[in-house]
Ligand binder design. Structure first.
Ligand code: SAM
Ligand code: DTB
Ligand code: SF4
Length: 331
C-alpha cells in the first residue's frame, strides 16, 4: 500500500523510504487512529531516524521589522493592518553578529534572521550575505527568511554559505486565499524550488489556529510531504495572538490533543524532517510540550521573544528539557 517514491538518509545514515505521493485520506486515517496507536507509530519512526532524547535549539532575530507590503492576515508586521508595531530599517551588521553571539552563549545552535520583506532588494541581500558569513564564522548554523527569492538571489545566499532558507506554505491550498491575497501559493512554491536548486536546505511549514478546519491542517501536511523533497525542517506554528489583524477575528486555539495528533502525523509523513514546535509554545503547558516531543517534535525556538511576539523564558525551557532528560544546546 505504501509506495516508496524516493530515498533519503536519516541522521543515523540509514536509507529510509520517503514518500511524495500522500493522499489526504491517508493523512486523515493516520490522524484519526486511536491515540496510543498513532503515538507508537510516530515514536517508532522518530527513533528510527533521530535520537529521541535530543531537541534542536534555534534562535530568531528580526533583522528588519514591520512595514511589510504583504497582507498575511496573521502577521503583526504587515503594513495593511494597524497593529501598533513600529517599522524599523535593516539592523546593523555589528548588532546582528553580537546578538548571534549572545544566542550561541545562551545555547542556540542555529540562528535564524528574519526580514519583513515581500522580497529582498539586491543591496539588502548583499548586507544579509555578510551577516550570514559572520554568523557561520561563530560556528552556528544559519537560516534566513526574507520573502520571495529569484534563483539568482538564492545562488547568492548559497555562495555566502547559508544552511537553511525558511519560507512557509502557511496553510492548506484550500484555506490559503482566506489568509493571504498579495502572493500565491505557487509564488511560494517557486521560491522553494529556487532555494533547492541553489543547494540550500529548506525550512518550510505553516500555522494552525487561524480558524482553519482539521482537514486544512492535514491538507497542509500533504502539501509539505508531497513537495519534490521533504523540507529538512518543518516548523509547526500555533498562531501567536496579534491584535488588529484579520485572523484575530476568526482564530480558535486548537485542542491540545489535536496538536499532538498533528505533530505525530507530520512525523510519520515526513520521517527524516526535523519537526519544530515553533510559535505558540507560550500558550502550552509543560505536559503538552512533553507530549509533542513524544509525538516526534524535535526542535524549538529559544529566547524570550520570537520576532514580535512572546516565547517561553529560556529558564523555563531549560527546566522542562532537563526534567524530560532531553539533551539540547540548553541542557
Ligand atoms: N517576510 C518573510 C516571509 O513571510 O516569508 C519572513 C518572515 S515571516 C514572519 C515568517 C513566518 O512566520 C510566516 O510565514 C508565518 O508562517 C510565521 N508567522 C508570522 N506571524 C505569526 C504569528 N503571529 N503566529 C505564528 N506564526 C507566525
Ligand atoms: C517560522 O515558521 N516561525 C518563525 C520563523 N519561521 C521565522 C516566526 C514566528 C513568528 C511569530 C510571530 C512573531 O513573533 O511576530
Ligand atoms: Fe510580510 Fe512575512 Fe509578515 Fe507576510 S509573514 S506580512 S511577508 S513579514
Amino acid at each position: 500500500m505504501v509506495a516508496a517514491a524516493a530515498v533519503e538518509r536519516s541522521d543515523s545514515g540509514d536509507r529510509v523510504p520517503v514518500r511524495d505521493n500522500w493522499k489526504r485520506a491517508e493523512a486523515e486515517a493516520l490522524y484519526g487512529l486511536p491515540f496510543a496507536d498513532l503515538m507508537i507509530q510516530a515514536q517508532g519512526i522518530h527513533r528510527e531516524n533521530f535520537d529521541p532524547n535530543h531537541v534542536e535549539t534555534a534562535s530568531l532575530l528580526s533583522i528588519k521589522t514591520g512595514g511589510c507590503s504583504e497582507d498575511c492576515g496573521y502577521c503583526s508586521q504587515s503594513a495593511h493592518y494597524d497593529t501598533g508595531l513600529k517599522a524599523t530599517r535593516l539592523m546593523d551588521y555589528a548588532d546582528v553578529v553580537a546578538t548571534a553571539q549572545r544566542a550561541k552563549d545562551a545555547g542556540a545552535t542555529r540562528f535564524c534572521m528574519a526580514a519583513a520583506w515581500r522580497s529582498p532588494k539586491d543591496r539588502d541581500l548583499d548586507s544579509v550575505c555578510d551577516m550570514v558569513r559572520a554568523v557561520k564564522d561563530l560556528g552556528m548554523e544559519t537560516c534566513v527568511t526574507l520573502g520571495m527569492l529569484t534563483s539568482t538571489q538564492a545562488a547568492q545566499l548559497a555562495d555566502a554559505g547559508l544552511d537553511f532558507y525558511n519560507h512557509n506554505v502557511d496553510t492548506s491550498p484550500d484555506f490559503y486565499s482566506k489568509i493571504i491575497t498579495t502572493r500565491t501559493l505557487q509564488d511560494r512554491i517557486d521560491t522553494l524550488a529556487h532555494v533547492r536548486e541553489a543547494g540550500i536546505k529548506v525550512c518550510c511549514g505553516g500555522i494552525i489556529g487561524m480558524g482553519e478546519r482539521i482537514e486544512d491542517r492535514l491538507g497542509m501536511l500533504v502539501l509539505l510531504a508531497n513537495l519534490p523533497n521533504h523540507p529538512e525542517s518543518v516548523p509547526i506554528n500555533l498562531w501567536n495572538e496579534v491584535k488588529g489583524v484579520p485572523v484575530n477575528d476568526v482564530a480558535e486555539r486548537p485542542d491540545p490533543i489535536a496538536l499532538v495528533r498533528l505533530i505525530a502525523t507530520a512525523r510519520i509523513m515526513m520521517p527524516t524532517s526535523v519537526v519544530r514546535l515553533s510559535a505558540g509554545r507560550q500558550y502550552m503547558s509543560d505536559e503538552l510540550q512533553a507530549l509533542c516531543f513524544l509525538a516526534g517534535a524535535n526542535s524549538i525556538f529559544i529566547g524570550d521573544v520570537l520576532l514580535t511576539t512572546k516565547n517561553p523564558q529560556v529558564e523555563r525551557d531549560a527546566h522542562l528539557l532537563n526534567r524530560l532528560g532531553i539533551r539540547s544546546g540548553l541542557a
